[in-house]
Each structure stands twice: as C-alpha cells, then as structure tokens.
Design a protein around this ligand. Structure first.
Ligand code: PLP
Length: 498
C-alpha cells in the first residue's frame, strides 16, 4: 500500500482525508491518482495521523515518484542577451546550467550523507533571523545541543561557520596574550590548535604523541608539572586524521589538578561516541555540523561553562576578533536579548534543528551504539580482506576507521576507482600518513548497514581487479557474521531482561 492508500484506509474515505487536512477533495483525489503525497505535506501527515504514517515515508515516496529537477531557463534569447551586450564581456565563456550534484555514498572523514528529513527542512521558506518563530526555534536548538553535549551549560549554541571557526572561537576568546597553553598533538588538528594559540598571542607548549596513538596522559601530567603557570590544556577528543580516540575524562581531570582550563575538540566525536561535558568537567568544547550530526557543513556547535564565561567577561584587553567576540555574540545567542550581530544562516540552522531532533528521537546512547555496531561489522570485513588498522584495539574510533594501504597497492587509484565506479567517497591520509592509509568514515546518517556492505563489496572488487590477493566475498561474509553475532547477543539480552 502506498501512503495515499494508507491515508484513505486510515480515515475511511477520500472525503474524510480531505476533512482531516482541511483540504479540497480534489486535492486528495489528485494525491490518490498520482500515487503519492507531495513532500511538503510530510510533517503534516505525520502530525495528523499521529505518527501512524511517518514523514519520512512521504518524503521517500514523493522523491521516488517525482524527483526534484531544477532546470536552467531554456534560452538566453528569451532575455534578450546578445554578443554585443556590453555586459556579456564579463559573462562566463560557456553556458552554465543549474547544478545537479551526483548521488554519492559518503564514507570519508566528512561531510556525511544528510537524512532526507534534514534536506526537506532546509528547503523550507526562509524567515528572518529575528522572527519570533525563529527565536523560539533557537531556544529549542540550544536545548537539543545541550542534550547531545550532555551539559547544562547555558552558553551552548552553534557558531556560524565550520568546525575551524568553532576552534578559533574557543582560542581567541580564552587565550589572553602571553598565556601559556598546553596543546596535545597526535594528528593534524592538534597542529591547527598550535596555530590558533600563536595567533591569539599565547605561547604553545606541545605534548606530542605519534600519529595513530591516543594522547599519553602521563606525558601531559609531566608537562603540566614542568609548566605550572599553564592556563589552558587543549586536545582533540577524536583525531579524524588517524581514527584515534583519547581519554577526555582523564585529560580533563589532570588539567584541573594543575588549575588549567580545558578546550576539547569534539568535531568528530559529538553524536558518534560518548561526549559528556558535565561529567568530564570540560570547560569549553566545539564541534561541527557535518560529521556525526549529519547536517550540512557550516555550523559549529560550541559550549562553555560558567568558568569560561566569567574568564572572558573579566578580560581587560580587547578580544582579537570582532566577529568572534563572545561578549558581542551573547547579544544574539544569549539567554535574554536578541539583537543583531550578524545575519544568521537561517536555513542551515533549521537543518541543524532537524538533525538534532533525529538524534533525540533515536536516543543519544542508541546513536553511539549504532556507530559501534557498524564499526564492528566494517572492521570484521576489512580485516577479513587482510587489511590492518592504524590504531591499536581499544583506542579505535567507531566513526573513523583508518587502515593501512597494503604494500604495492596504489592508494590513490583505489580511491579514484571507488568514486568513479561505485560512487563511494573514502578519505586519504594526511601529513605523514599521506599515501599510507585509507580512512573509512561511518558517521551519522552514513553509518548504515547498506553502506558497510556496499563499501566492502566495492573495495574487494577494486582490490582484486588491481591484482591484490583478496577473495571477493570474504569481507561481506565476515561482516554478515559480525552482524549475526551482535543480533544474537541483543536477542539473548532482551530475553534475559524480559
Ligand atoms: C578533529 C577536527 N577538528 C577540526 C576540524 C575542522 O572542521 P571544519 O572542516 O568543519 O572546519 C576537523 C575537520 O575535519 C576535524 O576533523
């Protein structure tokens, strides 16, 4: 039964459907005739049927029956353009048509695929950033972010800009020129933190670990002992460049023992693995919308505790960035006032709201468990192919799987063929790991069993075709086996609990 038939069955007749939706009968008749309900009715159908018909079913059916096709206007002549038009000398030399991105399976380090509900929400009509409806949505957004960050921090909101802006936001507000800042570096993004410390006028002190290893907490403690005047400890919770996860709770505990504040990069961890700001007593954290939150890129959720807010408010010097000055932005995102600061990216914020509603509906712990489950299956498949993980067991991130490219295999060629032949994007190695690893992301909406199986099967085919001794099918069988074992365990657990 399609959704229109389900609607008629639920309400008894087309006339009753029309009444429930306060529509003309002809409209409902048209839905039935065409076999689908237009996507713009998705949320309304879910509301009116009290969830018995899900919005996502409406969206999926509508997009299958009537895919959105944006068309360029047919003919320049219609607008009277001509070669002699003096402005045409600045026009592009070729005719440019509307852009249609291809459908890809995104299994790299981000961005991820975006849930259809988030895409639909993003394409809703624009409203003003001071519209009361929008302001109400901002409050919901802040409370949903507190949920995913597991914090009661009042100052939790999305900064307009990608994760790098969130990172800079923390450093520029918290580092007073002359401050000593300890940066733990075990990959690309720790290096960027060092840059931020220097540009904010601070003095970085490095705690370096090998790429692919977690941060060594003993080394951190030794460094703090030798630098008792350090004001801040900064670290990356989930190093996207290597797939290594560090012990955030322990890092925070040690930093506080020596009186330093903590900045945590949660760009890749938020929504994918446990992040508990309050329990771990993290002072400041930033993330990004396009990783495990599976939203469009360009927003950076940040969260600051009272200690940081007081510290920034008490600064006697001027923050070195106007756009990022927390004291100014509080006027827009703060608890009481709503005054113009910059034009907020409204439709992206609608999208983030929906992405967070999806996590709330799934349950945060279920989201973490989903990332773990598909990681276990992907890993079983990759290892069955003979591939080795860069990061040791126990420190591997479920959402970022870095494996070593086998000797003699052309790393870049494999990625190119996955993209051109299967539409799958995976990530390459960065810095010293360039040409040495592949990075398989399993983040947010991309973290699904169909992606795991497609990726294993495609990788097996490409590797075999390129002469690497791999038996196509072994990887899928191993992944299926892993799923079966997990299902059996879950079933046994449920039985015991019943
Ligand atoms: C750990 C980490 N920090 C910071 C960033 C920067 O985020 P963005 O690319 O959104 O600016 C990234 C991006 O991949 C990241 O993985």
């Amino acid at each position: 039964m399609n959704c229109t038939e389900r609607l008629v069955a639920l309400f008894g007749s087309q006339a009753e459907v029309a009444r429930a939706f306060q529509l003309d009968r002809a409209v409902v008749h048209n839905w039935v005739k065409s076999g689908y309900v237009p996507a713009r009715w998705a949320s309304e159908v879910e509301r009116v049927t009290q969830g018995r018909i899900a919005a996502i079913d409406i969206v999926n059916e509508a997009s299958a029956k009537n895919p959105v096709r944006v068309k360029s206007r047919p003919d320049d002549a219609q607008f009277g353009f001509s070669a002699e038009d003096p402005m045409s000398q600045y026009a592009p030399s070729k005719r440019i048509h509307s852009f249609h991105p291809p459908q890809r399976t995104l299994m790299g380090p981000g961005p991820t695929e975006i849930h259809p509900r988030v895409l639909t929400t993003m394409s809703q009509p624009a409203i003003g950033y001071l519209d009361p409806v929008f302001v109400e949505m901002m409050e919901e957004l802040k409370s949903l972010l507190r949920y995913v960050y597991q914090t009661k921090n009042a100052l939790t909101f999305p900064v307009s800009g990608p994760g790098s802006v969130g990172m800079e936001y923390c450093f520029v507000n918290m580092v007073v020129p002359g401050d000593k800042v300890i940066v733990c570096q075990n990959g690309v993004f720790g290096g960027r933190m060092v840059e931020n410390v220097i540009r904010s006028g601070g003095t970085p002190v490095l705690v370096e670990d090998k790429w692919g290893e977690p941060i060594d907490v003993q080394k951190l403690e030794d460094t703090l002992k030798a630098n008792k005047d350090a004001k801040i400890v900064a670290f990356v919770h989930a190093e996207t460049s290597t797939g290594a996860q560090s012990d955030a709770k322990e890092i925070s505990r040690i930093a506080h023992k020596y009186g330093a504040m903590v900045i945590m990069d949660a760009v890749t961890s938020l929504g994918g693995t446990a992040v508990k700001l309050d329990e771990w007593e993290i002072d400041a954290a930033y993330s990004a919308s396009q990783k495990c939150l599976s939203c469009t890129p360009g927003l950076s959720p940040v969260s600051f505790n009272e200690r940081v807010v007081q510290h920034v408010q008490n600064r006697k010097d001027r923050i070195r960035s106007w756009f990022m000055d927390m004291n100014l932005l509080l006027g827009y995102w703060g608890a009481t006032t709503r005054t113009y600061h910059h034009t907020a990216p409204t439709n992206s914020l609608f999208a983030l709201h929906e992405a967070l509603v999806l996590i709330r509906e799934e349950g945060l712990e279920n989201s973490w468990a989903r990332h773990q489950r598909h990681h276990v299956a992907l890993k079983a498949g990759l290892e069955a192919m003979g591939l080795k993980y860069l990061v040791a067991e126990g420190h591997q991130l479920p959402q970022m799987n870095a494996v070593l490219c086998p000797q003699g295999v052309n790393e870049e060629e494999v990625r190119k063929r996955l993209l051109s032949e299967f539409g799958i994007e995976i990530g390459a190695g960065l810095g010293p790991l360039k040409g040495k690893i592949w990075r398989f992301g399993l983040m947010g909406y991309s973290c699904r069993p169909d992606n795991v199986m497609l990726c294993l099967s495609a990788l097996g085919s490409v590797l075999e075709d390129m002469g690497y001794a791999v038996h196509v099918g072994d990887a899928e069988a191993a992944a299926h086996g892993a799923y079966a074992q997990m299902h059996a365990k879950d079933a046994a657990r449920k039985k015991r609990a019943a």
